[in-house]
Write a protein that binds this ligand. Structure first.
Ligand code: SAH
Ligand code: SF4
Length: 357
C-alpha cells in the first residue's frame, strides 16, 4: 500500500486535488486546511464542522500522527529547548529564543525558533553534536512544520522568526525543505514571511544555487568556521567536496538573485580557527560578498575536546572584522549557550534510552 500523505505535508493545491479525487467540493478542502493550520486541531475528529462520514474517509486516506513533547530545558523567559519524540521513536529538538533586550531593545517582540531538518547529520563536522551520531533520516515536511506548531502551543505565543539551525543539513533534505518552506510562508499555512526565515547550510554549493533561484526572498546563513581551505577542511569534511572559493562563487550568485544580505557564521574554537590571520582573511571574504559575520564562541559538547577561546581573543577577532568595515556580532553572554548547541539534548536522550545505532 502506498504511504498515506500527512495532513501537515500538503500544499493548498495538493489538498484541492486530493479532495476532488474524494468527490468533495473545494470549500471542504479549505475547511480542513483551516483546521490544520489556523485552528490547529490534533485529530481529525476535532474537525467538527465536517460530516462524520467525511471524517472517516479522511482518517482512511491521510496520516495525522503528531510528534510528542517529551522534555524542556531552560525557563520561560530565557532560551528554551524542546525535545520531541517522532512516530518511529526518534528524537528531534528545537530551540525557542526570545529577543534579547540587549540586542533588540526592551520592546522587541521578536520570538525566534530554531528548527531541525533531519535526525542526525551526515556531514560530520568535527565540533558538532548533531554530526556525532551520524545520519538517521530526513524529517518530513510535516515533522518540520510540527516543530513550529508544538513550540507555539507550549509557549502560548507566535513565532515570528524562524531559523533552520537545529539538527541536520537542511539543503540535504531539499524536497521536504522546499515543501516546508511553502507550508510555512503561505497565508493559508503558518504565515511566517519568507524574510523572517533563514536557512543555514554547511555549504552545499549546487543546492545554494538552487535556493538562490527559489522565488521566495528567504535568508541564507553559511556555516563557514574557517576562512581558508586549510583551516576549514580540518573541521568540516564538506570542504573537501566544495572548497572555499567555489562556495564563495555560489554566494556571489546568491547575491545576484536575492536582496537580503548573507550571514557568515563563524564558531570560534581555541587553537583551531581563532588565529587573527583568519580574521583578516575572513574580513576580505565577507566584504567581497557584503555579508554580515556572526561570531559564536564554541559551546562545549560532551565527549569532544574543543574549547572556546578567551573572551579577549573573541573580542580581538571581532575588532579586526569591524575595523575592516564588516558588520560583525559576537555574543559572550552565557545565557545563549543553549542556543547554538542543537543536537545535544537528543544526544543525551538517545544515550539514555540506548538507541545509539
Ligand atoms: N547543518 C547546517 C544547519 C545546522 S546550523 C549548518 O551547519 O549550517 C547549526 C549551527 O550551529 C551551525 O552553524 C553549526 O556550525 C553550529 N554549531 C554546531 N555545534 C556547535 C557548538 N558546539 N557550538 C557552537 N555552534 C555550534
Ligand atoms: Fe551537520 Fe551542520 Fe552539524 Fe556540520 S554543523 S555536522 S553540517 S548539523
Amino acid at each position: 500500500m502506498a504511504t498515506k500523505h500527512h495532513l501537515r505535508s500538503l500544499t493548498r493545491d495538493e489538498f484541492l486535488a486530493e479532495f476532488k479525487e474524494l468527490g468533495q467540493p473545494a470549500y471542504r478542502a479549505d475547511q480542513v486546511l483551516d483546521w490544520v493550520w489556523k485552528k490547529r486541531v490534533d485529530s481529525i475528529d476535532g474537525m467538527t464542522n465536517l460530516p462524520a462520514k467525511l471524517r472517516e474517509a479522511l482518517k482512511e486516506k491521510f496520516d495525522f500522527t503528531l510528534p510528542i513533547h517529551t522534555r524542556t530545558q531552560g525557563s520561560v523567559d530565557t532560551t528554551r529547548k524542546f525535545l520531541f519524540k517522532l512516530h518511529d521513536g526518534r528524537f528531534v529538538e528545537c530551540v525557542l529564543i526570545p529577543a534579547s533586550p540587549a540586542l533588540y531593545g526592551e520592546k522587541s517582540d521578536r520570538l525566534t525558533l530554531c528548527v531541525s531538518s533531519q535526525v542526525g547529520c551526515a556531514f560530520g563536522c568535527k565540533f558538532c553534536a548533531s554530526g556525532l551520531l551520524g545520519f538517521t533520516r530526513n524529517l518530513s515536511a510535516a515533522e518540520i512544520t510540527s516543530q513550529i506548531l508544538l513550540a507555539e502551543e507550549i509557549a502560548g505565543a507566535r513565532v515570528n522568526n524562524l531559523v533552520f539551525m537545529g539538527m541536520g543539513e537542511p539543503l540535504a533534505n531539499w524536497p521536504n525543505l522546499s515543501k516546508a518552506i511553502e507550508l510555512i510562508t503561505s497565508d493559508w499555512g503558518i504565515g511566517i514571511g519568507a524574510r523572517h526565515l533563514t536557512i543555514s547550510t554547511s555549504g552545499l554549493v549546487p543546492q545554494i544555487r538552487k535556493l538562490a533561484d527559489h522565488p521566495r526572498q528567504i535568508r541564507l546563513a553559511i556555516s563557514l568556521h574557517g576562512a581558508t581551505d586549510e583551516v576549514r577542511s580540518q573541521i568540516m569534511p564538506v570542504n573537501e567536496r566544495w572548497q572555499v572559493d567555489e562556495l564563495f562563487e555560489a554566494l556571489r550568485y546568491w547575491n545576484s538573485r536575492k536582496k537580503q544580505h548573507l550571514t557568515l557564521e563563524y564558531i570560534l574554537i581555541e587553537g583551531i580557527n581563532d588565529d587573527l590571520e583568519q580574521a583578516r582573511i575572513l574580513a576580505k571574504r565577507a566584504k567581497g560578498i557584503r555579508a554580515k559575520v556572526n561570531l559564536i564562541p564554541y559551546n562545549k559538547v560532551e565527549g569532544l575536546p574543543w574549547k572556546r577561546p578567551s573572551d579577549s581573543r573573541c573580542r580581538q577577532f571581532r575588532d579586526i572584522l569591524q575595523s575592516a568595515g564588516v558588520s560583525a556580532t559576537l555574543r559572550l553572554e552565557k545565557g545563549h549557550d543553549i542556543e547554538a548547541a542543537c543536537g545535544q539534548l537528543r544526544l543525551q536522550e538517545e544515550n539514555k534510552v540506548g538507541e545509539l545505532s
